[in-house]
Design a protein around this ligand. Structure first.
Ligand SMILES: NC(=O)c1ccc[n+]([C@@H]2O[C@H](COP(=O)([O-])OP(=O)(O)OC[C@H]3O[C@@H](n4cnc5c(N)ncnc54)[C@H](O)[C@@H]3O)[C@@H](O)[C@H]2O)c1
Length: 250
């Protein structure tokens, strides 16, 4: 299927991470120009190099999504280099497990700043130009934890991802009339550093919750993001798409 995204520019936060990096590679395979942005400058550079080695065009930028000035400057650098940003994917995030008692206020603030405020700041920085041009597509990384019960994820993570889903619906409602779509994906456990970093004794329990019997792959999440970002999904906005091997169904 032709996604119709060839020649467009994608801005990806969290591009040094498992999902963001795979998405950068997929977008480049589809002929997109890629802005790879992440707090981890060295690993973001590696993502850009991977894209370039496969013949793609990539710009690597350091971004701290919690910092408004850093976000503005990354979006300006992307626009300066490629003219305009057509697709934005908010994949920067951190994960925590634990009970409420394990979440002191400073840890709550840090997680909400990255996962929710960061998504808000990036959307706020890119939306005006998209609305002005009358086109654009944003895909936010939510999570299965933001949609249903979760005994493992910290209440802060759950709240941040529910917040991302709410923010997605609000921005989709307010942007649709001007040609901009905003969607989210809600992955279940995916095989990246985020999950590999969990204590090994928790891994079998995680997989036992997944009817398909395995973790998702970064490519499987990237495929769903590319679909939502593309014109193939032109009539879809405000949606949160589950990618979870059947772990949560509605
Ligand atoms: N892996 C999973 O099982 C899973 C499941 C559901 C949702 N998600 C979500 O998908 C997204 C990507 O996750 P991943 O699995 O690729 O994780 P990852 O840990 O591999 O990548 C996350 C990236 O975010 C970056 N980041 C953290 N703080 C930042 C900041 N302040 N500014 C800019 N970048 C920052 C990190 O440097 C890292 O490269 C996250 O939002 C995560 O919550 C992941």
């Amino acid at each position: 299927m032709d996604l119709g995204i060839t020649g467009k520019t994608a801005f990806i936060t969290g591009a040094a991470g498992g999902i963001g990096r795979e998405l950068a590679r997929l977008f480049a395979e589809e002929g997109m120009r890629v802005v790879a942005a992440d707090l981890d400058q060295a690993r973001t550079g590696e993502t850009a190099t991977l894209v370039q080695q496969s013949g793609g065009d990539a710009l690597s930028l350091r971004i701290d999504v919690t910092d408004e000035a850093s976000v503005q400057s990354a979006v300006s650098a992307a626009t300066e280099r490629f003219g305009a940003v057509d697709v934005v994917v908010n994949a920067a995030g951190i994960y925590r497990i634990g009970q409420l008692a394990d979440v002191p206020p400073d840890a709550w603030d840090q997680l909400m700043d990255i996962n929710l405020r960061g998504t808000y700041l990036v959307c706020r920085a890119v939306l005006p130009a998209m609305l002005e041009r009358g086109r654009g597509s944003i895909v936010n990384l939510a999570s299965i934890s933001g949609r249903t019960k979760s005994t493992l994820a910290s209440p802060s993570y759950v709240a941040s991802k529910s917040g991302v889903i709410g923010l997605t619906m609000a921005l989709a409602s307010q942007s649709a009339a001007r040609g901009v779509r905003v969607n989210a994906v809600a992955p279940g456990p995916v095989d990246t550093d985020m999950i590999r970093g969990l204590p090994s004794e928790l891994q079998p329990g995680l997989i036992s919750t997944i009817p398909l019997g395995r973790l998702g792959t970064p490519r499987e999440v990237a495929n769903a993001i590319a679909f939502l970002a593309s014109d193939v999904a032109a009539f879809i906005t405000g949606e949160t798409l589950n990618i979870n091997g059947g772990a949560f169904m509605v």
